[in-house]
Design a protein around this ligand. Sequence first.
Ligand code: MN
Length: 493
Amino acid sequence: MSNVAHLTSHLSKEEGLLVEKAYRFAEDAHADQLRLSGEPYFTHLIGTATILAELGMGGTTIAAGLLHDTVEDQDVSIETLEREFGSEVAFIVDAVTKLGHVRYRGADKHNESLRKLFVATSEDIRVLLVKLADRLHNMRTLEYVPKEKQKRIATETLEIYAPIAYRLGIRKLNRELEDLAFPYVYPKEHEAMQKTLKQRRPKDQKGLEKFLRSVKKALAKQGITHVKTEYRVKGLYSLYTKLLRKEKDLEKIYDLSAARILVEKEEDCYQVLGIIHSTFRPLPGRIKDYISFPKPNGYQALQTTVFTGDGSIIEVQIKTFDMHKHSEYGIASHVSYKNNKIGADKETIAWINSLLPKAGKHSAPHSHLADVPSWIRELVAYREDSEDVGGEDFFSHRIFAFSPKGDVVDLPLDSTTIDFAYAIHSDIGDHMQGAKVNGKLASLDTTLKNGDIVDIMTHSSAKPNKKWLDFAKTSTARRHIQRTLFKLSKRRT
Ligand code: MN
């Protein structure tokens, strides 16, 4: 039983027993199956479950992680899983299995996978977390997969899974997924980045170590001893995209590697900043207080960039242990927000409610949140509150609709086919004649639901009329309609 301990140590006895049972069941079900690496297939299930346990997930999700391939690979029925492990585990495995049929076949199919993923998330966030863990473990062992498949899987990882992990605030997963996929998708660019970094890293590393030693000494003099110092090297892929995005010059990227100083309390952070500035000269304009003013994704830290005195420049991040945990695992509010303004549960339930299919396909619509660690719940609530997406709460008031080609259009709740048309292009909106939603003819005032596939029909002679303003919910659509109506009226006079 000891080999299960690392999956259950954070769980209640009851939950631990569920995981142990799933462990034995999966081991047995996959007994004869091997991975491409030649290892027993079961290693993949332990790997997936371990990632989920490290994220702090509950017993139901970890059990589902262990069982997630039993239906697909071993013909275990959903009914059997339901009988043995309960309806929630069975539901998650079923949903993960269905997602498994999504296959990436180049750019045109890309959005179809994305669509299915978004819809799955809206039903139960745990499905997505199992899927992310499954993908991460597969990425860690991608070298054994046939070459022609590698690129497809890696591209899908880079374009779908890594951004979703980022969106959920799970930086740790996001970074690892990106860096594992990078060399398969952009081999040349990856090699070039590695080469460049190799030249800089040893120098950087030595400088950082020396810098951190002197910081520690200075802090100890002031009585700050419960300190952890470390340095982090920027993920290769994130560096690559940063170079693409703005600063083409590697020399100008100061956060290539950064010193990190972790302390117990918030006020210690400011004291540490003071001590550092009195020892090392800061670069002007690069001091940031993300503690008083957290980033929209909840990130908190003090940041500064200093001259080390031997010709190099180092970015320093100062934060509490809790803030750090949060930025790695998306623990938005575990401690720091717990007792103030955000009622995580209420907010989260509102969020889930808005995403759940209205018919209530699954019983106990909110119960799946019970298994999600509080930090994810709070994170979701926090991000909802803070994410600035056109001034609207992103998750609680948005839906995702799709063009027949699979393009994702995200719209505020209660948007209609007209809003969809204008979101795609003002010309499409202006010449809209009708629409099909999920293959069926729909009127211009049809309210869209999450996951709808919308086909806008246009005609060169079609044009907006005043009534459209009653149907349009988005400001984009209304603005365009008004403008076009104005133009039309002028033409007439
Ligand atoms: Mn799997």
